[in-house]
Ligand binder design. Structure first.
Ligand code: ASP
Length: 439
């Protein structure tokens, strides 16, 4: 029998009408279903997420201010869902525990986790499912990273025999025995962990968009949706800012070969995007490029030195100076007597003079030039491997749009071409590339 893990994000569970949609979606799935729930999100554009309200309860409590009104506002969100749905749920008892916690010794992660804890308990009661508290089966290491194997063993045991259960997203137990959360949006990671432990056939990630788009809709007008994307392509695009789920959610399911299907709770008939281990029909589908993504805010440190190409270890020393300042680099385009290192401008800001002094002292270059205001754009697609003319198309599209290319990088995997351009040209360049490959 097929096992499905369905994760619902905050907007999918923001109020009772969303709960009803979720129940219908779950009801249409046969077989074994495990559900992972987020805390109630925004009901409208100007609304506040319950997780943010909980963080503010915590902030008020630790600063010795009155948190009661804010906590009551959180309670009202859950009370209205429970009463609209006619679910009997002892909200007073739950909030008495939370209130004493805030009075006695408030803990940030514990407070943040209560949104998922309560929403999942409520959803389980509404569906007639078992509730699984991840405090008992998701574990973190002392360094804060997930203890993946201990979690997988424990969660597998916990799920076995429970055909239908709701697991609260976003948190688990730290090495010190206290509640610990993932970073924001971390219920996506919980969903992936549950999918792995359940050996699910598919991890359905239900949100409020019908999958990933082939370009940023704030830059390109109505970009086409992506029907299928491999884990590798997703990684390249999300690194460049295209986000549809928490980045860490890929790892547990990727190693287990489980596909992810991004779906829209408000439009369940849409197929959404399939994120798969390998794409087999790329050649037939004819799509060369899967998506385009990019970001502004990069700087280039360009170092010039005559006969640089003969100096053994120059690149290693340059990168070491940058690493010692705690800055990670994005790309290292180099020429015969020049080497540039592209870094995030925000990372560079506080240590720029230290880096430049060290380069001057240790490498004795002829010149060092720092250019700011660079945008990077990645054109990503497994279909471009071994295909001729893709780079030519990228460069002629940019040339025709009168965009000057300041850096070019093609990873050896050949699934991406990255260009560096002036930030001022960013929107124009993304649109030119989109038109070249998708229109
Ligand atoms: N509720 C948490 C957040 O707002 C976690 C999640 O929704 O995945 O970030």
């Amino acid at each position: 029998m097929k096992t499905t893990v369905l994760k619902f994000g905050g907007s999918s569970l923001a109020d009772s009408s969303q709960f009803r949609k979720v129940a219908t979606i779950i009801g249409s799935h046969e077989g074994t279903n495990y559900v992972v729930a987020s805390a109630p999100g925004k009901r409208s554009k100007d609304d506040t997420k319950v997780t943010d309200m909980l963080y503010s309860c915590y902030n008020l409590a630790v600063s010795g201010n009155d948190f009661v009104a804010q906590l009551n506002a959180v309670k009202a969100r859950f009370s209205s869902i429970a009463s609209d749905l006619g679910v009997s749920f002892d909200i007073d008892a739950e909030f008495n525990v939370i209130c004493s916690h805030l009075e006695d010794a408030p803990e940030k992660d514990y407070m943040a986790s209560r949104g998922e804890y309560l929403n999942s308990k409520l959803l389980a009661a509404y569906l007639g499912y078992d509730f699984i508290d991840p405090a008992t089966c998701i574990f973190f290491q002392p360094d804060g990273r997930l203890n993946a194997e201990k979690t997988n063993d424990c969660l597998t045991r916990e799920l076995t025999g429970k055909g239908r259960a709701v697991v609260a997203g976003f948190y688990g137990t730290g090495a010190d025995g206290k509640i610990r959360t993932f970073s924001r949006g971390g219920s996506d990671v919980t969903g992936a962990i549950v999918a792995r432990a359940a050996k699910a056939a598919v991890y359905e990630n239900w949100t409020d968009v019908s999958g990933m788009l082939s370009a940023d809709p704030r830059v390109v007008d109505s970009p086409l949706p992506i029907k299928e994307i491999s884990y590798k392509e997703l990684r390249e695009l999300s690194y460049m800012g295209a986000s549809v789920m928490h980045e860490d959610a890929v790892f547990p399911v990727r190693s287990a070969g489980i596909p992810i299907n991004i779906r829209n709770t408000n439009s369940p008939e849409d197929e959404g995007t399939w994120i798969v281990p390998h794409r087999s029909n790329v050649a037939e589908s004819g799509s060369v490029v899967t998506g385009i993504a990019g970001m502004k805010g990069f700087s280039s440190i360009r170092v010039e030195k005559a006969m640089l190409n003969n100096e053994v270890g120059f690149a290693a020393r340059l990168l070491n100076i940058i690493a010692s300042a705690g800055v990670s680099f994005e790309h290292v385009p180099s020429g015969i007597d020049t080497m540039s290192v592209i870094v995030d401008s925000n990372d560079l800001r506080s240590c720029r003079s230290q880096i430049l002094e060290n380069i001057q002292e240790q490498l004795e270059p002829d010149s060092i030039i720092v250019d700011t205001g660079i945008a990077l754009i990645a054109v990503v697609g497994i279909g471009m491997v071994y295909r001729k003319g893709v780079a030519a198309k990228v460069f002629s599209a940019l040339a025709n749009a009168d965009v000057n290319i300041r850096m070019i990088d093609q990873g050896s995997s050949e699934i991406n071409i990255i260009v560096g351009i002036d930030e001022a040209d960013y929107e124009k360049a993304v649109n030119a590339l989109y038109s070249a490959f998708f229109k």
